[in-house]
Each structure stands twice: as structure tokens, then as C-alpha cells.
Ligand binder design. Sequence first.
Ligand code: PHE
Length: 357
Amino acid sequence: MTDLATLEAEITAQIAAAGDVAAIEAVRVSALGKSGSVSALLKTLGAMSPEERKERGAQINAVRDRVQTALAEKKAALETAELDARLASETLDLTLPAPYRRKGSVHPTMQTMDEMVSIFAEMGFAVAEGPDIEDDFHNFTALNFPEKHPAREMHDTFFFNPKETGERMLLRTHTSPVQVRTMLNQKPPIRIIAPGRTYRCDSDATHTPMFHQVEGLVIDKAIHMGHLKWTLETFLARFFETDAVTTRFRPHHFPFTEPSAETDVGCDRSGGEIKIGTGSDWLEILGCGMVHPNVLKACGIDPDEYQGFAFGMGVDRLGMLKYGMPDLRDMFASDSRWLGHYGFSAFSAPNLASGLS
Ligand code: PHE
């Protein structure tokens, strides 16, 4: 065998032995690279006679061409094999469930609000709404607040700068203005709840400057306080999903109801969290009463023909009680760890048929 044939056989054997694309590249460099074995042979041509060079040159070039072709074929075969292996190992089974990665959750206040709406909806209440930015008439005057009532003062109410007319708009301090808007717009019988945001200049463990209320209003002939008490007690038992919940009605005063009461729920605050159905502490959760005749009159309803009851409850506080959160301020701190811990799945909308929470 000539040295050229030996070299070609060696290179051919190396190409055959190469197991991957990197190995084939190494063979290419060692044979055809600048200082490769075939290149070294081509460099010897310069020292030969023209006849010798013609013959030898043709032989070496033929070897180089065959090596080049063999390298290219082997490389293509290896690349195809590598792709096949990757395709086989990287299959994606689209029928598998998606990995559970929680990005967002339903805020406990919104969960609580949804639960409340579903309970009252089932009791026959419709949902009414009103604006967060209110005027003095709907927030106070029509609700029978006397001209000098302290709730109108700066320390409770967030007022806007006065308009040119001197009128000051305000952030509603309660959802009760929705009572007024509803009674002005529809004739009795009325049976609505009004969930929404409310604002007061106040902040401690059980008060935040923005909080949520659900207002309730029932107006019809022959409505009395027994209806009010039944409605609230039935609601609370369903909301807390237990008959162990204890309630306390305390006489109170609101300008827009007469008589009026505040309702507390019995709870235990001794541990780090609030528990209901046990303990000797109370948390005030709502105000209620029979709609004052002056309010009915201000809304064009004859108090001799119609009466009704109203209530307003703190949504965030009910959520705190039900889900054991000790501090109201945490609810609005936007701490993603807190939200991850207390938040609810967006896929489990509360309803009475399948359970609230
Ligand atoms: N608006 C009252 C409050 O925010 C609650 C309330 C509503 C009381 C309806 C009686 C009737 O405290």
C-alpha cells in the first residue's frame, strides 16, 4: 500500500469511529486543517518536478476530495441521529396537567364580598351600586344627619377641595348613600344590598382609611324589626357556616335609623388570631335599624304607607373573623407573602350549592 493509501485508510477509519459531531470536527482538523496530514502532503508538491507534481497532485487532491465527502456524509448522519435522539427524549405530553404555579389569588375581602353577595342573592336581594365620590346630600343630608353632626367634620370624612360653587364633594363614609339613590330611583317594594368601598380618616388594628361595606335595604308594607333580626342572624349563621356563632345586638344611634342597633360577633382574640364561636371577646361588625321616617320622606316615600330596615356591615372585618386574620391593616399592605397565604383560588367562586369557601 502506498503511503497515500495508508493515510486515506487511517482517516477513513477515524471518520468511521467518530461518535459525534465534535469528534468528526476533530478528524477534519487533523486531516484537512492548516497543519493537517493531507494539507502537509499538498505542501510537498512545491519541491517536485512538473510531471511528478501533476501525477502526485491529482492523487492527493482525489484523496482530499474523498475525505471531504466522507466527512460531510458522516457529519450529516451524526446530526440526524442527534436530532432524532433529542426529539425522542424531549417529547412534550400535552395531555399532562399544567404544573401548579400560583401567580395570583383572590383577595380575602373579595372572597368575603362574593360569599356575602351569594348568600343575600339566595335570600332574594338584588345588588345595587353607587359612586365612591359622593355629595353631601346623598352621604349626609338625605340620611337625616343634622347640620352640625360630628361625622361631617374633617376628622372623619375625606373632603375634596370646594368647587367654585362652594360645594365640597367627599369620599363616601359609608354605603348608606346607595339607600338614598335606590329609593329615589325605584318604587317599593325594595330589597337590595350594596357592596362597595368606603373611606374614613382612621387607622388602627381594626380600622383602615379605606374599607368595604355591604349595605342592605328592605322597604315594603308591614316590615318590622323581627324581619331585620331574622335576616341578620340567618345571614351570619350561613356566612360562618356554623350555628356556634354568637351575636349581640346593642342599642345604638344612627341619624338614619330609628330604632338603631349595633351587632357584635362573639370571638376569641387571645391567640395570635381571631376565632369565632368561642371566647369572651366581641367584634363589632354591623350597624342596623328601621329606616327613619325623615329618610323615607327625603326620598319621596310615604312613611305612613311604607317602612323598612337597613343595615351596613364591614366586609373586611367579617373576613378577618372568618379567616382568622388579626390585623385589618395587613389586608391592604399588598404583601405578596400575606396574599399567597390568605388568598383564594380564582377557580372556586363561592356559591351556596357547592359551599362558600
Ligand atoms: N352606615 C352605618 C355605618 O357605616 C351602618 C348602618 C347602615 C347603620 C344602615 C344602620 C343602617 O356605620
